[in-house]
Design a protein around this ligand. Structure first.
Ligand code: PMP
Length: 340
C-alpha cells in the first residue's frame, strides 16, 4: 500500500483491469484503466490537477483565487477537490441536463454551482462560453483573482495524460500494447494517451469511439463534422476540433450506438463486478470493435472513466431507460426475492 502526503498525490496510478467477456469474445486481451478509482471517482481528476498546477506555474493563481469552469460534472469534481486541498475556490457552470448525482457531488465538494440550460456550442449562452465570460468578469472584480480552467482548449489537460496516463499504460503492459481506444469529451485523454504511447512505439494503433450525436466519427472518416442520432451518455460527444484534438489523427474510428454500449455496462455489473458510467460502455464497445478489426492475439486498452453510482437516477433507472426506448435489465428495480 502507498502512503501519500495529500489526496492530490492519490490521483493517477490507477490499475488496469482485464475485461473477461470482451477478451473472450474477441480472442484479444482487453484491459480497462480503472479511472473511477481516482479520489474524485473519474478520469477528470487528472485534468483538474494538471490545469491547476499549470496555472500556478504561470503565476496565475494566488491563495483564495477562484477557478471557473464549464463542465459536464467530472472535471468540476476534479478541480474542486484539488482546489479544496490547495486553498482555492471553484465556480462551476453545468448544463441542467447532467445527472443529479454529479451536481450533488459538486455541491458536496463546496463548489459554487450555476446550472444553465443546455444549448449548442454555437449559441453564445452555451455553458462553456458562459464560464469563460464569468471567469473574465471575476478576474477583474475578485481581489484574489480568477482563472478559466478552459479544459477543452487548455493543453495542460492533454499534457497530463501524456505524462501520466500514457506512461502508466505503457509500463503496466510492459510495452506489449497494440491498441488504445476511447471516446472524446475534450479529447485530452484520447489525444494525450495517443501522443504518449506513440512516443514509445509507432506500433500502437489508436481508435476513437464516438457516441451517436457527436461529429468526430464523420470528421475522421469523411473530413466533415456531422452529427447523427443521440446518446444518453454524459461527458462525451464532441462537435468541434478542440485545441486538445489539434494534430491528432486516429488509426480507427467507430460510431457506437447506445444500444450497443449500454448492455455492456449492465452485464459488467452482474458478470464482472464492475459498475461503470455510460461513457465506459462506449469505450469498451470501441475496444471490442477494434479487437475484431485487428484480429485475435492483440492487447487493447481503454478507459473506465467513472463509477456507475454517478448515474443511478438515469442509466440505472427503469423509468428513464423506458422513456428513451432503451432496454431495462431485469434486475434493476426488482423486488426482494427472499423474506426475513
Ligand atoms: N467520460 C466521462 C464520464 C467524462 O466526464 C469525460 C470528460 N468530460 C470523458 C469520458 C472524456 O474525457 P476527455 O475530456 O479527456 O475527452
Amino acid at each position: 500500500m502507498s502512503r501519500f502526503p495529500s489526496v492530490i498525490d492519490a490521483i493517477g496510478n490507477t490499475p488496469l483491469i482485464r475485461l473477461a467477456k470482451a477478451s473472450e469474445l474477441t480472442g484479444c486481451e482487453i484491459y480497462g484503466k480503472a479511472e473511477f478509482m481516482n479520489p474524485g471517482q473519474s478520469v477528470k481528476d487528472r485534468a483538474g490537477l494538471f490545469i491547476i498546477r499549470d496555472a500556478e506555474e504561470k503565476g496565475l493563481l494566488q491563495p483564495g483565487g477562484i477557478i471557473v469552469e464549464g463542465t459536464a460534472g467530472n472535471t468540476g469534481i476534479g478541480l474542486s477537490l484539488v482546489a479544496d486541498a490547495l486553498g482555492y475556490r471553484t465556480v462551476i457552470v453545468i448544463p441542467d441536463t447532467q445527472s443529479q448525482e454529479k451536481k450533488d457531488a459538486l455541491r458536496l465538494m463546496g463548489a459554487e454551482l450555476i446550472e444553465v440550460p443546455a444549448v449548442p456550442y454555437k449559441n453564445p449562452n452555451n455553458y462553456v462560453k458562459l464560464s469563460g465570460r464569468l471567469a473574465e468578469q471575476l478576474a477583474r472584480s475578485h481581489p484574489q483573482g480568477a482563472i478559466w480552467a478552459n479544459q477543452f482548449d487548455n493543453l495542460a489537460n492533454r499534457d497530463g495524460h501524456v505524462v501520466t496516463t500514457a506512461e502508466e499504460i505503457w509500463h503496466q503492459t510492459d510495452g506489449q500494447i497494440d491498441g488504445f481506444v476511447c471516446a472524446v469529451g475534450t479529447g485530452g485523454t484520447l489525444a494525450g494517451v495517443a501522443m504518449g504511447l506513440k512516443r514509445h512505439s509507432g506500433h500502437v494503433k489508436i481508435g476513437i469511439a464516438d457516441p451517436e450525436g457527436a461529429s468526430l466519427f464523420s470528421y475522421y472518416t469523411e473530413g466533415e463534422l456531422k452529427a447523427e442520432g443521440s446518446s444518453i451518455t454524459e461527458g462525451i460527444g464532441q462537435g468541434r476540433i478542440t485545441a486538445n484534438l489539434e494534430g491528432f489523427t486516429p488509426d480507427f474510428a467507430y460510431r457506437i450506438p447506445d444500444a450497443e454500449a449500454l448492455p455492456i455496462v449492465f452485464d459488467l455489473i452482474g458478470e464482472e463486478g464492475l459498475c461503470l458510467g455510460g461513457s465506459s460502455g462506449i469505450n469498451i464497445a470501441g475496444a471490442i470493435r477494434m479487437a475484431r478489426e485487428m484480429g485475435p492475439g492483440h492487447t487493447i486498452v481503454t478507459i473506465l472513466c467513472d463509477y456507475g453510482n454517478r448515474y443511478q437516477s438515469k442509466l440505472f433507472n427503469p423509468e428513464f431507460l423506458r422513456s428513451k426506448n432503451l432496454p431495462v435489465p431485469g434486475w434493476i428495480g426488482r423486488e426482494p426475492q427472499f423474506d426475513v
